[in-house]
Design a protein around this ligand. Structure first.
Ligand code: KDO
Length: 335
């Protein structure tokens, strides 16, 4: 009697354990580790979206570990870290991808993406499939979703009274910090400035000390990184409607069940959507905040910038790498 009861109890307990493992949250040691390396701060709207959407949605089966401010991997080194198995997730850019897959420079060209909705349409269009496939095959990463960073504007240390910028010619001799890849440097030159490569985490000090004359970023970044404390004017060139991609290591993806993969994809999409709405709202609101901080904000001759930038790209070596017909397809997806 005692023996059979014990056996029955043991069987019941074993069944209960199977149910618990199958249905309940996985134990910490069984969870898939997802380390994210990002350059932006924790208060940037992309980070807020990651913390509010992505983290809780994958919590049942993933040990999600975000690292902000470039503390885990420095800007520009994340894709290599994913490829070598040292990192699972990054907020990467077309400019960084273009250093490995030159065709991506098409998404880095000024005045190509028109707005946030156009970015989404391009990302979800079949035209992106060969690009996504190459990232998987050559870098071992999946591009899950497209995040909206915003319209990049030129932000200078000197007041407008010292230098008013209406056309690219007015940026001649301006030492403009741009991120450190060829695609970014080319954009700085196309704007008419002298681009200086520098990691994002060094920009505040460089502006403060005068090591550079200015930088370019969307208004929400100017506020989040406090660049407004060390600059005097913003020229609304809107020269690049900038994006980031949520990148996930293919190895981590392949280790997931189909249900987990579907949840991760849904979490990335929800994150990108939420972040996009918030970032768009911030872009609207922050003009008055920045003016209150004493910055002068004005529109230059945007048509002059657009013409100069577009013709610089079309005549460049970058354009030689653009697959036939893709620019036309991108344009057709816009307004
Ligand atoms: C920057 O370095 O200026 C940049 O805006 C480039 C983007 O691609 C992106 O990496 C961004 O920095 C960071 O996410 C910090 O906002």
């Amino acid at each position: 009697m005692f023996a059979s009861l014990t056996r029955r109890m043991a069987l019941t307990m074993a069944a209960a354990t199977v149910i618990a493992v199958g249905a309940g949250p996985a134990a910490a040691q069984d969870k898939i580790k997802l380390r994210l390396s990002a350059v932006q701060s924790e208060t940037d709207q992309r980070s807020v979206a990651i913390l509010e959407k992505f983290a809780p949605m994958v919590a049942d089966f993933a040990e999600f570990e975000p690292h902000w401010n470039g503390t885990l991997f420095q800007q520009g080194t994340e894709l290599e870290a994913i490829a070598s198995g040292d990192l699972e997730m990054a907020i990467t850019s077309a400019q960084e991808l273009a250093t490995f897959i030159p065709e991506f420079s098409i998404f880095t060209a000024g005045y190509v993406h028109q707005d946030a909705a156009h970015q989404v349409a391009v990302f979800n269009d079949p035209l992106m499939d060969p690009f996504k496939r190459r990232v998987e095959d050559e870098l071992g990463a999946k591009l899950l979703s497209v995040m909206y960073l915003g319209r990049r504007q030129v932000n200078l240390r000197m007041p407008k009274s010292e230098r008013t910028v209406m056309t690219p010619a007015d940026l001649a001799g301006v030492n403009l910090r741009m991120p450190g890849t060829d695609a970014w440097q080319f954009l700085g030159k196309a704007l008419g400035a002298n681009p200086t490569p520098m990691a994002f985490t060094e920009v505040y000090t460089a502006l403060q000390t005068g090591a550079v004359d200015g930088q370019d970023n969307p208004l929400p970044t100017v506020v989040d990184a406090k660049f407004y404390e060390v600059t005097k004017q913003i020229i609304l060139t809107s020269h690049l409607v900038d994006l980031n991609y949520i990148a996930l290591s293919k190895a981590a993806w392949d280790a997931m069940t189909p249900e987990q993969q579907a949840t991760v994809q849904a979490a990335a999409d929800a994150t990108a959507d939420f972040g996009r709405q918030n970032q768009l709202q911030k872009e609207e609101e922050l003009v008055s905040f920045l003016e209150e901080q004493g910055l002068e904000i004005y529109e230059p001759d945007v048509a002059a910038f657009r013409t100069a930038v577009q013709s610089a790209y079309l005549g460049s070596d970058f354009a030689k790498d653009w697959p036939d017909g893709v620019l036309e397809k991108i344009n057709a997806l816009g307004n």
